[in-house]
Ligand binder design. Structure first.
Ligand code: SAM
Length: 322
């Protein structure tokens, strides 16, 4: 697979974002996109196989069962751009269905180079497929994909795994509207959304018994140590997920077990933590199935079809750009 590598000064931006998030008055924060270095991407793959985390399996079941129908609803020919593809494992079902009707161009857009490499290993055996990875932010990558579309070709954008849930609700609609602005009428967006479920089920999903999600969360501090010369003592922080009923989300935090000061050389930062103070590292918002129609309309899409998994409440939504 060819990869368009990231062009920016990634370490400098990482240091700026860390400084900004950890000096914020009130709640300290770190952006969740920094979870996914090589270690984080590998840990996420393990999370997606844990018995407690049914989300990825539900997404995959829907794609496997309905791939032919999804493809039959698309005006062709179609090129596929996947935002935050991860390993691309579940995307196989769609790409195989598409490859039966046309030569298929697949463009994974990813910040994680190791996820792009997994994608190639996972999918390059599919007949009649060309894969070109973009090591880019979601919208930057999508703009580049759209710029090289051929005349008469439609785009199918995949945003699977309920990654949309990492945005708060207002920012989520804004993000979908940004995608819509890059698309043309008749292009489509297949959007995975995790649906509301009990607090107990959510907490189990984000706090597995083996501690893989805890390691995934703590790896963010380990990454700061590795790449920015930080001196976080990982044993002095604990993975702390919580349900936010008002926001209808699960939040992941890292809780400082004691009063401590941490230095981060590349960010030119000494930061103090009180005992039990937390760093907010990720939110995963949950949806009602009917809410997606409204969100889609607000962003400039009509909902062509929706499929819901029976074992784990999760919806796959096919949205068409109007
Ligand atoms: C929650 S994982 C989902 C992976 C896969 N889509 C799935 O459903 O299993 C999110 C993926 O998006 C990538 N990612 C996160 N923020 C990104 C951004 N701003 N731009 C591009 N990729 C991003 C991460 O590297 C990660 O592989």
């Amino acid at each position: 697979m060819l990869v368009h590598a990231i062009p920016t000064n990634a370490t400098y931006e990482f240091a700026e974002d860390v400084r900004d998030g950890l000096t914020r008055p009130g709640q300290k924060e770190l952006p969740s996109k920094y979870f996914y270095d090589d270690v984080g991407s590998a840990l996420f793959e393990v999370i997606s196989r844990l018995p407690e985390y049914g989300l990825t399996r539900a997404d995959e079941r829907l794609l496997r069962r309905h791939a032919d129908e999804i493809v039959s609803r698309l005006a062709g020919p179609v090129a596929v751009a996947e935002l935050g593809s991860g390993s691309g494992k579940k995307t196989r079902w769609l790409l195989q269905a598409l490859a039966q009707r046309q030569r298929t161009f697949y463009y994974p857009v990813e910040l994680s180079r190791s996820a792009l490499a997994m994608c190639e290993r996972e999918l390059s055996d599919i007949d009649s497929i060309s894969i070109l990875g973009f090591e880019r932010e979601y919208l930057d990558g999508l703009l580049e994909v759209a710029a090289c579309r051929e005349r008469g070709q439609h785009l199918l954008v995949l945003f699977l795994g309920s990654t949309i849930g990492n945005f708060d609700r207002v920012a989520g609609v804004r993000f979908l509207a940004e995608i819509r602005r890059i698309l043309e009428p008749g292009d489509s967006l297949l959007l995975g959304t995790d649906l509301e479920k009990s607090s107990a089920q959510l907490l189990q999903a984000y706090d597995d018994e083996l501690g893989v999600t805890a390691a995934f969360n703590l790896n963010l501090l380990a990454r700061i140590n590795r790449e920015l010369g930080g001196n976080f003592t990982l044993g002095q922080f604990a993975h702390a997920p919580r349900v936010n009923h008002e926001a209808r989300s699960v939040e992941m935090h890292l809780r400082s077990k004691c009063r401590q000061t941490v230095s981060i050389a590349e960010a030119e930062l000494d930061v103090e933590f009180l005992e039990d103070e937390t760093i907010w590292t990720e939110s995963s918002h949950k949806y009602l199935a009917e809410e997606i129609f409204k969100i889609g309309l607000e962003a400039g899409f009509r909902c062509e079809a929706q499929w819901i998994d029976q074992q784990w409440p999760f919806a796959e939504n096919l949205l068409i750009a109007e």
